[in-house]
Write a protein that binds this ligand. Structure first.
Ligand code: SAM
Length: 194
């Protein structure tokens, strides 16, 4: 049970981010430098938009973000450098948009399935989403591009890690400090698409 907003939730509120998840990407960026400062970034599962907002701030108008989610972004997130599509990231419609705007320097995905409470079902769905993100990254990243993918632990994360190792120079599973201790999420980082 979570009755009190934690440190990261309070910080997000203070800094104007719609979700505390921003600090996970910030930590990943500090450790792995996944967002080049003039990059073209594809943000999958972007709503309510704290990762998108963070990336736009880093880019300072020099690159662009293509973002997609089934849900809308927070209405305050607007930028000339942002293209947002509301819908399924793996639909034909969005795939065409993503292809037209690519290739990308980085694909970031915090996408999560709607959870059932059944860990086997939930990790299975998360793994299936992650596999689709890896496929998208292979198709739409520039050579040397990077990928960040959220997955739920306890499913096929080792297999997914092996797949990323095959297509990227470096691959690692990483649990940011900002990720809640009770959460079974972990991030798969792929650096340098071969
Ligand atoms: C944890 S939230 C992302 C939070 C976001 N990174 C932020 O910082 O504000 C996960 C999101 O994944 C989205 N999602 C799950 N499956 C998706 C799909 N197939 N296509 C697009 N978005 C999807 C959900 O709608 C949800 O908004």
């Amino acid at each position: 049970m979570r009755d009190k907003p934690d440190y990261y939730a309070q910080l997000a509120k203070k800094e104007g981010y719609p979700a505390r998840s921003v600090y996970k990407l910030q930590e990943i960026q500090q450790k792995f430098s996944v967002i080049p400062l003039q990059g073209k970034i594809l943000d999958i599962g972007a709503a309510p938009g704290s990762w998108t907002m963070y990336v736009l701030k880093l880019l300072k108008g020099r690159g662009s973000v293509t973002a997609v989610d089934l849900q809308p972004l927070h209405p305050d997130i607007k930028s000339d450098n942002l293209l947002f599509f509301q819908g399924d990231a793996f639909s034909k419609e969005f795939t065409a948009i993503a292809e037209e705007n690519g290739p990308y320097n980085t694909v970031i995905s915090d996408a999560a399935p709607s959870t059932t409470g059944n860990r086997t079902v939930d990790t299975g769905r998360s793994g299936a989403l992650a596999a689709k993100v890896i496929e998208t990254a292979q198709q739409l990243l520039v050579p040397e591009g990077d990928v960040v993918i959220k997955i739920f632990q306890g499913g096929d994360e080792q297999e997914l890690l092996s797949t990323v190792k095959k297509y990227f120079t470096r691959a690692k599973l990483f649990k940011p400090k900002a990720s809640r201790k009770e959460s079974f999420e972990i991030f798969l980082i792929g650096k340098g698409k071969k």
